[in-house]
Design a protein. Sequence first.
Length: 248
Amino acid sequence: MRQPMVAGNWKMNGSSSSVSELIEGIKAGVGAANAEVVVCPPYIYIPAVASAIAGSDIHLGAQNMCDQDSGAFTGEVAGPMLKDAGCEYVIIGHSERRAIYGESDEVTAVKYAAVLKNNLKPIFCIGESLEEREQGITEQVVARQIDAILDGSGVASLANAVLAYEPVWAIGTGKTATPEQAQEVHAFIRGKIAEQDAAIAEGLRILYGGSMNPGNAAELRSQPDIDGGLIGGASLKADDFLTICTAN
Ligand code: PEP
């Protein structure tokens, strides 16, 4: 039985005061969640959030990570630093990193391996653009993105990872994949992993991301191969995020 997960990707939002208000709000309601709850603040607020959630049921993640452990990499943040700060998860391969910062499949695969090497757990994002969906190549695209990490780290690495299927056309746009569209791709992903290792595929959590909100979370979360959500915009309001965390 897979434990569902709902992870909030706060992206580059917030201030000391708004982050404090948000995390206190989530803390107040997390007891009712029917999922493992993860928050991924901007780097600079990770220590404050780590202190605020100490002793609670909230888990901590980062939104990105350098593939190197230390040294002359101006502006980067390393795995050992994230571990030291209390992180457990790291989002890798988010479509904004791929599209805006040019992270290729190769780069995401190297970062994925570095996250695992540091005893952190990747939340590895995959998903097709609108153009790719319209061309009918969604499955080829997600298969290629998954193959990058399978080739580099092997299928067994997925025992310590989470996948997030995030159609690019649904991220931050208010357009959500229908539960049927999302389930179809999730089932494809699980089937692809099962070709290599059925037990790993059965235990693998695959989150849906792309404009999941309090109104559509229950239906999306009820699909058999959808194990929760990676939430952007709706994770910035404690009430909305908690509604998604408790949806069933
Ligand atoms: C995301 O950025 O991972 C995401 C799913 O964003 P949103 O929920 O805002 O579409």
